[in-house]
Design a protein around this ligand. Sequence first.
Ligand SMILES: [Zn+2]
Length: 219
Amino acid sequence: MRITIQALVDREDGKPPTPVVLGVVERKSGGVPSSGLGLFIRETHDLLQQLQAVLLLEQVAEFLKSATCCRGCGHNHATKSTRALVYRTAFGKVKLHSPQLYSRCARCKFSASKNTTFDPLALALPERTYPQWAWLQCRLSSVMSYRLAQIFLRDAFPGGRALGASAMKATVRTIGERLEQEVQRDIQSTAAACRGAAVPIASEADLNRIITLRSGWGR
Ligand SMILES: [Zn+2]
């Protein structure tokens, strides 16, 4: 038995949808059901990885279609070069082609950037890891060791195959530093607001309530 899994990509351009083969599942005839039925985990990983690659490449192609157009006249900015940009997700990493464009439009002379060239995809993706993938790494690393988290992610997600413990530590550090900066910003804005506002004097009942709450938190 042979089952081919396809994705139909409809680009909404009036053309018929394009079929893309995601994978093939084969089983020998006469297999014993007691040995297990259905998909292997490895097969689901391969299928998800292929589907993710198709989706990402289509999304990038759609984005670049509009991002490479001049905002002045709609003409495409000239391409200087193209470089590879690796984007990491729970369902695998995908190499994206990111064009470097000349900022100045050859037709209407509109300049899309202060620099001579600009890279719209790199600008749109300052972080090269999908946020949910970074969240998963942080979530697991917060409740178990990096080594155990790495083993779990490697077995559960296609993107975990190439995930090293050092990469996870770097992701956790980056997210931690960002949270710390957000907390510091909140503290500074709250302090600034308090300095500008008159602080009401708490009544005795309020003070008792605060003391009760603090002792409860302490317990
Ligand atoms: Zn133009």
